[in-house]
Design a protein around this ligand. Structure first.
Ligand code: PEP
Ligand code: MG
Length: 879
């Protein structure tokens, strides 16, 4: 018979896919002798069996569960469902990849009226027993029967109010007994049945609920956001309960072996006395910092610190550890690699290398490329911050800065973000249902909860600024207001600013500034540069973008889109005149003006490049983006061009295209009007001569866009070469330069061997290549692609991650054919895919010389290129 259930002692950390991350680590910790309450794991294979058999939990699997339950009874000396000495268990989900808070947990399972009484007399503590029972009814009702928690919360609040209590811990045994009765009534009213008293039935229903939670909407969204495959399934961990809610010598907490916000090497965490499981994460009570445990229970504290060290050294990574203290005895309930900010990820990885625990290669692999994004984002301008009005201070839960309008529900946050608003999501506490709203918001502010609350953990994972536990604010989610300490109210849509590093909330908008990087970041990036084989260039059209990109480590310009240089308000009239000119003479006169402007641009870029590659693409304007639209624009242009309005309108209409993306753009424009590219080539070379004369090395790459045939390229090349050599003759100088082409049309890929006869380099324009290979419009595909993901027709956006089988195969064909003509042909990518880690891996495998991307993605590309190289080496050694 197939085995579906495993004792902790049968597993190990390597068995994550089968036992889930939580189960595998519980097994590992058991085997290294840590105080883990005993238990067993129902594997992910059982979850898949359940899903594949139409959501039926097979009798065979449940029989196997019973066998392991009997073993657990033997290990604990307690009996499941036996009122004298009842065994209680926790039932927790645990997927192969960590999905914090996304799936369900039931604690204290096995309690019923009889066992609750039995437990009370056994421990001589009816308060704790009843407290556990009421928690169980709520969790079971919520997880298994989907009874909204607020029904129970309302009853709890009511009884506290009646008795004038502030805290749950003030409830007496009598209060709790009353609360249990109320909870059971709530249960019956909601489900039409009595609360199940049979522990085995409770267990069966809880296992099914955890399996079902794998497919709940928030888990589905989380997996989509994090690219996790739905076919893994979740495991279920059944573990003997230990109780943190048995008085002031008990408690529960979470600790990180290093600071997950900053990466600092110091144990960091929180705990709550007399509390159970979810209390810390749910953020209902504000916990104490871990250091305070040293005073309260020094022996337990020292044991915890030792355990932190042991686990970190065992896993060789920063750990996130859950613990419970039951009457001064420490139990470890979970360890996992801790979620961390990008800053912390880098510092921890670099420090672990310095501590001799991991290699540089390991450090490079560990830092997630997509996380780097958050480091490179803005912070507040110091001076603006000084005069900013502080409204309140909360816990600095996730660093960064953001300014935006306040919204009080996840749904409204999503809607506002979709209208292009920068949103600050304001909640009392977040819950996993809020995940999409959090993802779409610029930052998150909560009134309750600590540094390990749901909001804090999820925000750090997303790299989002978050302030948690800002208890000075009264947040009224129903009225959609924030009430400040002085009584002032803020309403939905008002602007505030959050500093996630200091925890301060400011009124209004505060100016943001670029991120400051350095230190550990630079060190890691140096290691990346040593490892990577791809060069990383930048797509930049302005000196400012180019300078920023150099700070981020760009090694040159891979794409300067000259049409972007024409968008400038002062220039656009000339560009329009150039396009609308009716004679060569008229066009050439405008071109003379434009040439001077282009020379300013190019000289600036060549100076900044200081000898690095600069690839300038000749004009590729989709015509519709440049034609005048409004009557005013047409009137003004007509007067500038000495035309009548009807004359000009007629000309505009004659140029209008039904499908501009497939229209008179790119090299096609130059076939009709070669003087445009001649002017640009002259501007490039004259600028190169100027900068060369200043003693700065310069070697321009001139790139022709949208080439479909060798003959197009040959014609254009002849035109511009002629112009270039006239300059050399005139200036009595010869400078190196290359003329090459974009490869962005499928026909160019197929005939790349011929095209290479005329090209000194290829640069893959994977944006157009994707558009033309799929026949999806770049500008419109977003409207229907979501249907493709939902229906599993495409896994992701082919404009973001290269479609290896289709578009990628064309790139590969062009690479092979290009090399047939020129073995050393220089080849790179300048489409958006040049900044996407997964695509970068593919380009690395093709042996391209560089990828080019926007400035902010340069560090991501550097790291991704290093990871691609490391993965390749690993594949070579494991083959
Ligand atoms: C491309 O098509 O991939 C490209 C880089 O050019 P553009 O995006 O300017 O069309
Ligand atoms: Mg293109």
């Amino acid at each position: 018979m197939r085995k579906f259930v495993y004792q902790f002692s049968e597993g190990s950390k390597e068995m994550k896919n089968l036992l889930g991350g939580k189960g595998a680590n519980l097994a590992e910790m058991t085997n290294i002798g840590l105080p883990v309450p005993p238990g067993f794991i129902i594997s992910t294979a059982a979850c898949n069996d359940y899903t594949n058999s139409n959501k039926h939990l097979s009798e065979d699997i449940f029989e196997e569960v019973k066998i392991h339950l009997a073993e657990l009874e033997r290990q604990t000396g307690k009996i499941f469902g036996f009122k004298e000495n009842p065994l209680l268990v926790s039932v927790r989900s645990g997927a192969p990849f960590s999905m914090p808070g996304m799936m369900d947990t039931v604690l204290n399972l096995g309690l019923n009226d009889a066992t609750a009484r039995g437990l009370a007399s056994l421990t001589n503590d009816s308060r704790s027993a009843l407290d556990s029972y009421r928690r169980f009814i709520q969790m079971f009702g919520d997880v298994v029967f989907e009874i909204p928690s607020y029904h129970f919360e309302q009853a709890l609040t009511q009884i506290k109010k009646t008795n004038n209590y502030l805290l749950d811990t003030e409830l007496t045994a009598e209060d709790l007994s009353e609360l249990v009765a109320t909870y059971k009534t709530i249960f019956t009213q909601a489900t039409g049945q009595n609360f199940p008293q049979e522990p085995l039935e409770q267990l069966r229903l809880a296992i099914i609920a955890v399996f079902n939670s794998w497919m709940n909407p928030r888990a589905v969204i989380y997996r989509r956001l994090n690219n996790i495959d739905a076919s893994f399934g979740t495991a279920v961990n059944i573990q003997a309960m230990v109780f943190g809610n048995t008085g002031e010598t008990s408690g529960t907490g979470i600790t990180f072996t290093r600071n997950p916000s900053t990466g600092e090497k110091a144990v960091f965490g929180e705990f709550l006395l007399n509390a159970q499981g979810e209390d810390v994460v749910a953020g209902i009570r504000t916990p104490e910092p871990i250091k305070a445990l040293e005073k309260r229970m020094p022996i337990v504290y020292n044991e915890l610190i030792k355990t932190c060290e042991l686990l970190e050294n065992h896993y060789l990574d920063m750990q996130d550890i859950e613990f419970t203290i039951e009457k001064e005895k420490l139990f470890i309930l979970q360890t996992r690699s801790g979620k961390r900010t990008a800053k912390a990820a880098i510092q921890v990885a670099v420090d672990l290398v310095h501590e001799g625990k991991i290699t540089k290669a390991e450090a490079l692999i560990r830092v997630e490329t997509k996380q780097l994004d958050q480091l490179l984002h803005p912070t507040f301008v110091e001076s603006a911050l000084k005069v900013g009005q502080v409204l309140a201070t909360g816990l600095p839960a996730s660093p960064g800065a953001a300014t935006g309008q306040i919204y009080f529900t996840a749904k409204e946050a999503v809607q506002a973000a979709e209208r292009g608003i920068s949103v600050i999501l304001v909640r009392n506490e977040t819950s996993p249902e809020d995940i999409e709203g959090m993802a779409k918001s610029a930052a998150i502010l909560t009134a309750h909860g600590g540094m390990t609350s749901h909001a804090a953990v999820v925000a750090r994972g997303m790299g989002k600024c978050c302030i948690a536990g800002c208890s000075e604010l009264i947040i009224n989610e129903k009225e959609k207001t924030i009430i400040l300490k002085n009584g002032t109210q803020l309403h939905e849509g008002e602007q505030i600013s959050l500093d996630g590093t200091s925890g301060k909330v400011y009124l209004g908008e505060i100016e943001l500034t670029e991120a400051a990087i350095g230190g550990h970041f630079d060190e890691l990036m140096t290691w990346a540069d040593e490892e990577k084989q791809l060069m990383i260039r930048v797509n930049a059209d302005t000196p400012a973008d180019f300078k920023k990109a150099l700070l981020f480590g760009a090694e040159g310009i891979g794409l300067c889109r000259t049409e972007h240089m024409f968008f400038d308000e002062k220039r656009i009239p000339y560009v329009r005149q150039m396009i609308l000119a009716e004679s060569l003479a008229e066009r050439e006169s405008v071109l003379t003006t434009l040439k001077e402007m282009q020379k300013e641009d190019f000289t600036a870029l060549f100076r900044i490049a200081d000898g690095r590659a600069v690839n300038i693409r000749l004009l590729d304007p989709p015509l519709h983006e440049f034609l005048p639209n409004t009557n005013r624009e047409i009137e003004q242009l007509a007067s500038e061009m000495n035309r009548t309005v009807p004359q000009l309108t007629k000309r505009i209409h004659s140029l209008a295209e039904t499908n501009p993306m497939l229209g008179h753009r790119g090299s096609r424009l130059a076939i009709t009007f070669p003087e445009i590219y001649r002017m640009q080539a002259e501007a490039i070379i004259e600028s190169a001569v100027i900068v060369h004369d200043e003693g700065i090395a310069v070697h321009p790459e001139i790139m022709i866009p949208l080439i479909a045939t060798k003959s197009e390229l040959k014609y254009i090349k002849k035109e511009i070469k002629h112009a270039i050599h006239s300059i050399f003759d005139k200036e009595r100088v010869v400078l190196p330069y290359d003329i090459g082409t974009m490869i962005e049309i499928p026909r160019a890929c197929v005939t790349a061997d011929e095209i290479a006869e005329e090209a000194q380099f290829f640069s893959f324009g994977t944006n157009d290549l994707t558009q033309l290979t799929y026949g999806f419009s770049r500008d419109d595909a977003a409207k229907f692609l979501s249907d493709y993901y939902e229906k599993n027709i495409l896994p992701n956006d082919p404009f973001v991650t290269i479609d290896k089988e289709g578009v990628g195969a064309l790139v590969e064909m062009a690479v092979t054919r290009g090399r047939m003509t020129h073995a050393n042909l220089k080849m790179g990518v300048c489409g958006e895919h040049g900044g996407d880690p997964e695509s970068i891996r593919f380009f690395h495998q093709l042996g391209l010389s560089y990828v080019s991307c926007s400035p902010y993605r340069v560090p991501i590309a550097r790291l991704a290129a290093a990871q691609a190289s490391l993965h390749e080496k690993e594949m070579l050694t494991t083959v």
